[in-house]
Design a protein around this ligand. Sequence first.
Ligand code: KIV
Ligand code: ZN
Length: 515
Amino acid sequence: MSNNRLIIFDTTMRDGEQSPGASMTKDQKLRIARALERMRVDVIEAGFPAASNGDFEAVRAIAGVIKDSTVCGLCRANDRDVQRGIDALHGAKAWRVHTFIATSPIHMEKKLRMTPQQVLEQAKLAVRYARNACPDVEFSPEDGSRSEPDFLCRVLESVIKEGATTINIPDTVGYAVPQQFGEFIRHLREKIPNSDKAVWSVHCHNDLGMAVANSLAAVMIGGARQIECTINGLGERAGNTSLEEVVMAVKTRSDFFGLDSGIDTTHIVPTSRLVSQITGFVVQPNKAVVGANAFAHASGIHQDGVLKSRQTYEIMRAEDVGWSTNKIVLGKLSGRNAFRQRLKELGVELEGEDAYNKAFQRFKDLADKKADIFDEDLLALVAQEAGRSSDEHWKLVTMNQASGMGERPHARVVLLQADAEVAAEAQGDGPVDATFKAIESIARSGADLLLYSVNAVTTGTESQGEVTVRLAKGGRIVNGVGADTDIVVASAKAYISALNKLESKIERLNPQHQL
Ligand code: KIV
Ligand code: ZN
């Protein structure tokens, strides 16, 4: 691989999945894996095979279908974990075992309760074990950025001798600062005699909002050539390095970086929406590249400039990242073929005729309520389906509510459970509150509502509202998403989707939380 090639390693389905409520089913992981492959991500970290049978099966299924990306699994540095990784991955066309152990004084002493010498031996054993089965082995010294440099050099030199082909330095707690982190990587590469035998990678968390900057500094100052990142920057706590930001920084400022990521950037927005819908993590409107406002010019001066010449205020073209400039794309009279063709142009592939038929029916229902259908509506429509479980316990049959100034809002909902309709009414502080109370009086979940958020899918008051509801019960956290032109209906859909996730027998994977 040439020295100006930047390897993109996506860990949305492993580190990203560690966000509260972001756990995914095997089918959902498969959909995301296919989207990442279409985007031409180099390495897809599909999960943590030793964490649970469910995650093992998901990694194995992804290894079985993905052909154009390397499929990777994370394993702690011990024989059992690494063997589980090998068993899950070995069917893939290209696969990588990623093993890690903490090397910072605080992690070794307080978490692992191991001496540095024990950690060193464990790291060597794990890499040797993995290399016996797999030619592509990545090693990460967890909390690398807070590790003592001389000890880190000893560990890394040893694991490269054992055959590690990628060395990944995590900034596990998001403590690093760009200049210093870049110099740290350069120091390691200069000091370790066999450093040229491995590709250098970084994995940054965003606790101080510097994950992307730290990753790019590691590339430019330190000579790293792999960045670990996630779609929408999803991940533990404040998240990880955002894939779309890194990729577009390198592409837009190729004059400065002189690097090529190989990513098909036109798939960025559809993939962002898919991940957001599946995980229930809404993308903030002002998020770079994929936020709803990222290409919207609100002020008169900007609009005037853009109309005269786009380059006055636009450094990237919206269509290059998969946005479609709010064009009216379809309407009530659009047929099945036009619908299918537009999904294809948006990079959306549904599985089987049945899925297309169902999606088309939902499109027709939406077109009855909304005259102009934009690409964003289509993406919300198909992605909403992606967030749905196949074993739905509750279904919304009908609902209505009444509210007015000075009146206490009142809602009535009818749900279907096991082929029987159940109705309930409730009052609340607002129409959404009354609706949730009515649903809850039927479902009696007792779950705590952790988050309620509403987002407009497109501009204008006729836009669909997209609602996220996060519920917690018995230590489990789930996110439900719903979209509709009526935001109270969208809210009810989101609440019911979250309840169905709590009820679901389909295993939701959340690897490291179970270790
Ligand atoms: O943040 C971290 O240290 C990690 C490693 C396991 C790579 O996720
Ligand atoms: Zn991490």
